[in-house]
Design a binder for this molecule. Structure first.
Ligand code: SF4
Ligand code: SF4
Length: 207
């Protein structure tokens, strides 16, 4: 469970409607309301990542405390645990594995979001809080789980940080050794070996 305490407030006297905030938002929580010709934030989707505030060239966005914290929690109790396991295993993830190094969201929560109706990476983000930090490593798992759930996300838009990086376990062994020789400081072989061990153990425990 994650609590979100802040919400962007847009100063419309400063806003030039450049839509940079809309482009950067990982939860599709801010958008241009055409009829009103102004940007609006959806409090029910915002995960308080603050990217829009950083991206605004006019300093028109301030993060203000919400009246009540937003609780981000996927209610797994109403879902079939075997369906969750099935989705996770289909993409080689252990259900209890943290798929996001920034938010510690687990694979089972991503699967839960898909089973509860998420249809885009932004939906998964808005429902779980994943992609709240770097938004890079976790994204590959968001795509994998969506696709395992039979969802083909709409065309990937550059503006929403869609670059589908590889899971380290998808990289061929030979390439991993090359990377390790060139960039030993990243210790990629150690990382891969730890991920393999963790996934193997979790799969056995969950069997
Ligand atoms: S980035 Fe700033 S100026 Fe541009 S649309 Fe958003 S709030 Fe307005
Ligand atoms: S999710 Fe992040 S980028 Fe989107 S509106 Fe909320 S604070 Fe801004």
């Amino acid at each position: 469970m994650i609590l979100r305490e802040y919400l962007p407030s847009i100063d419309h006297s400063l806003c030039r409607r450049c839509r940079k905030c809309e482009e950067i938002c990982p939860a599709a929580a801010v958008s241009l309301v055409q009829e009103e010709k102004r940007m609006a934030v959806d409090p029910g989707r915002c995960i308080d990542c603050q990217r829009c505030m950083d991206a605004c060239p006019e300093n028109a966005i301030t993060m203000l405390p919400r009246k009540a914290d937003r609780v981000l929690r996927i209610d797994l109790s109403c879902l079939d645990p075997w369906e969750i396991k099935r989705l996770c295993r289909r993409v080689g993830l252990a259900p209890g594995e943290a798929v996001c190094a920034c938010s510690f969201i687990t694979a089972r929560e991503l699967a839960g979001a898909v089973l509860l109706g998420a249809r885009t990476p932004e939906d998964v983000c808005a429902m779980t809080g994943v992609r709240r930090g770097c938004g890079i490593y976790c994204l590959v798992n968001v795509f994998k789980i969506l696709e395992a759930g039979g969802v083909t996300p709409e065309e990937r838009r550059k503006s929403r940080l869609y670059h589908h990086p590889l899971d380290p376990l998808d990289i061929p062994e030979e390439r991993l050794r090359e990377i390790d020789a060139r960039f030993p400081q990243f210790r990629i072989l150690d990382d891969v070996s730890l991920i393999r061990k963790f996934r193997g153990r979790e799969m056995l425990e969950e069997a």
